[in-house]
Ligand binder design. Structure first.
Ligand code: URA
Length: 266
């Protein structure tokens, strides 16, 4: 068998995958965004309405300035009157560079009428491949944790602080979180849950705007103000952390029991 035979190549790829190599990365760093063309007359619109053909690009190009949250059309986000409309806006949004390296948009999974909304950090490889949050090992643990307090997928709504996978599962940058934050705020407003659960420090930081560590924040009821409502909010440990530190599951269990209690109709 020679190195170029399909079986050899397949075996090599399978071995790479088993070793955790799931990205095609070269020896030298490549700035994939540096060469992106841009019309000199101004930046590309952040929203590209469906069905509207993009005008042809002129041949003169210049470096693209980084899109920031301040360029987000906040009024369009505020006017989204359903989660489906909001998802379409996220899909058309060009202000988060992760969109260009991710395979899929991971907007949410679960029930849009759920009373409980859970927010994690960022999609990983499995989520990126399948286009939904929390499908990998951490997601499977999350499903088991929810099942332990009697909640099925049809009773919860799950999303993340950002909607695209960061390359190599790196931590999202503050700019990436900030770019997605107005969408997430509207997502909470539209779902309007009775209980909000923040999975891990990144979600707690983004939603509560605090730099307090998750160990100090977890296990107590907080409030998230949204459209004139105070939503009961609980921060807890992230399932990916619990996979690494199973001995800490007892804290998450206490938090889950608080959630269960809060969902009992009074
Ligand atoms: N998968 C997600 O969708 N979010 C996380 O925070 C971790 C894994």
């Amino acid at each position: 068998m020679t190195a170029s035979e399909p079986q050899t190549v397949q075996a090599l790829l399978a071995w790479y995958e088993a070793m955790g190599v799931d990205e095609a990365i070269g020896e030298a760093p490549v700035d994939c965004f540096a060469a992106l063309p841009l019309e000199l007359s101004g930046p590309e619109p952040l929203f590209q309405p469906r069905g509207v053909a993009k005008p042809p690009r002129p041949s003169v190009v210049a470096a693209r300035p980084a899109a920031t949250a301040s360029l987000v059309d906040r009024s369009a986000i505020g006017q989204a009157s359903s989660l489906a409309e909001l998802e379409a806006l996220v899909a058309a949004f060009e202000g988060c560079a992760l969109k260009r390296t991710a395979k899929s948009l991971c907007f949410a999974r679960g029930n849009q009428k759920a009373r409980i909304m859970l927010i994690g950090e960022a999609p990983g490889r499995d989520e990126d491949l399948q286009g939904k949050p929390f499908l990998g090992r951490a997601g499977q643990l999350l499903d088991r944790m929810l099942a332990a307090i009697g909640l099925a997928e049809s009773q919860v709504y799950i999303t993340n602080t950002i909607y695209w996978r960061p390359p190599g599962n790196r931590t999202p940058t503050p700019q990436e979180v900030e770019a997605c934050a107005p969408f997430l705020a509207r997502q909470i407003e539209l779902l309007s849950p009775d209980v909000l659960v923040l999975l891990g420090g990144a979600a707690a930081k983004s939603i509560l705007g605090t730099s307090e560590g998750i160990m100090r924040l977890r296990g107590k009821w907080l409030t998230y103000q949204c459209a004139g409502r105070s939503i009961a909010t609980l921060a807890t440990l992230h399932p990916a952390y619990l996979l690494r530190k199973p001995e800490e599951k007892r804290y998450a269990w206490r938090d889950l029991l608080m959630v269960k209690e809060a969902l009992v109709p009074k």
